[in-house]
Ligand binder design. Structure first.
Ligand code: AMP
Length: 401
């Protein structure tokens, strides 16, 4: 029997809460929204019911419990609501950032799971505690609704040990679980699956490289339906150059900058996370690729350097993963830049010519839709696949409940 229900997808940050209510049968988004500045002066909820005007609700949200209460109120409101009562929400899917080695797929949340998520907070101190607050707040407001945790790391748990181990003293792995985990798993899973559908093949028969190029960015190698490598590591700082994150650097730089600038390790860590990436490379011009594109076209050398270095790093990872999988059938671009940015896609594809890739430049200009951009004679199929992490979370939630 196929059960259909509405699934509420929750992505909870320390002071924000994003949500979507999805009809599991039609996969239509019934409503979506964002509660901002939770626990801070001036909090507000933006609620967008499908087919109706967006509403902005300015109300005090001293904590996440109140934010969830307001979200439910908006979803069931006579005027801008989309369901008549809470009973019409069959399940809640929560995005949880770190599932460590414990979680290889989505799970029904019980006290044990909550304890595990809490224990994993040392690996994701900015994210897991906020995700837990979201879970508790939903539980408080809808005690009888099943809740599912969907982990950003889960899809990458199939990586072989040679791909996830760091060359550090082995006891750091045993004692502290220092290893590579990878993130954006929900997106890499969704996009690789959909990429296979677009060429009418089973993911199990393909070698796919997914380039998730958003503000955070990562590449993954998906061989026969399983992730075999990905560019983010123990934390989302490793790998590609990102909006404000450095990606791969020589670890010795940290001590060197600490001494030169008189900074603590924590302060340099903050620089690597918040002031580096294309923002740092562009001499603090912007972390947004739209600004960088415009500046580069106007002749700004820093912006050009940031874009060149960014594309070069993506291309290097593609090269490495082609080797890791001993071949590539599909390269898929996704997320903000991957879906929309011509300069980045064209910059990366320029390097791919060496592998026999032939892309259609006109198609590379098209934004935000499922599209094969390579020519039939291309050695590898290159495509754009818009990601949809909320839909993927809703699907996984349905599978569990
Ligand atoms: P995300 O984190 O997935 O929302 O991606 C954010 C990044 O995508 C930002 O750097 C944006 O500049 C970039 N982006 C979004 N839309 C466009 C667009 N229309 N053209 C170029 N870049 C875009």
């Amino acid at each position: 029997m196929v059960i259909s229900m509405n699934v509420l997808v929750i992505n909870c940050g320390s002071s924000s809460l994003k949500y979507q209510l999805i009809d599991s049968e039609t996969e239509a988004v019934l409503a979506k929204g964002l509660a901002e500045r939770i626990g801070i002066e001036g909090s507000c909820l933006t609620h967008q019911p499908a087919g109706k005007d967006k509403v902005r609700i300015e109300a005090a949200m001293p904590d996440h419990n109140e934010a969830v209460r307001l979200v439910i109120e908006a979803l069931t409101d006579q005027e801008h609501g989309v369901v008549s009562s809470l009973a019409e929400i069959g399940a809640v899917g929560h995005r949880v950032v770190h599932g460590g080695e414990k979680f290889t797929k989505a799970v029904l949340i019980d006290d044990e799971v909550k304890k595990d998520i809490e224990e994993l907070s040392s690996l994701a101190p900015l994210h897991n505690p906020a995700n837990l607050i979201g879970i508790d707040s939903c539980k408080a407001n809808m005690p009888d609704t099943p809740m599912v945790a969907v982990f950003d790391t889960a899809f990458h748990q199939t990586m072989p040990k040679k791909a996830y181990m760091y060359a550090l003293p082995y006891e750091y792995y045993e004692k502290y679980k220092v290893r590579r985990y990878g993130f954006h798993g929900t997106s890499h899973d969704f996009v690789s699956k959909h990429a296979a559908e677009l060429v009418g093949k089973d993911r199990k028969d393909l070698k796919i490289i997914v380039c998730h190029l958003g503000n955070g960015a990562s590449v993954s190698a998906v061989k026969n339906g399983e992730c075999v490598d990905t560019s983010m590591g123990m934390t989302p700082l490793e790998g590609l150059i990102m909006g404000t994150r450095s990606g791969d650097i020589d670890p010795a730089i940290i001590e060197y900058i600490c001494k030169k600038e008189g900074l603590t390790v924590e302060e340099v860590n903050a620089v690597l996370n918040k002031k580096s990436g294309v923002l740092g490379l562009s001499n603090h011009l912007s972390s947004d690729f739209r600004d960088l594109d415009e500046a580069a076209q106007g002749g700004n050398e820093y912006a050009k350097l940031a874009l060149d270095t960014y594309c070069y790093r993506v291309a290097k990872y593609i090269g490495a993963y082609a080797m890791a999988m001993q071949g590539v059938d599909i390269i898929a671009f996704t997320a903000g830049c991957g879906e929309n940015n011509y300069a980045v896609r064209a910059g990366v594809c320029e390097y791919l010519k060496y592998l026999g890739v032939v892309v259609n430049d006109e198609k590379l200009h098209i934004r935000g839709e499922d599209l094969i951009v390579s020519e039939p004679e291309s050695s590898i199929t290159v495509m754009i696949v818009p990601t949809n992490e909320e839909l993927s979370i809703a699907r996984q939630t349905m599978e569990v409940v």
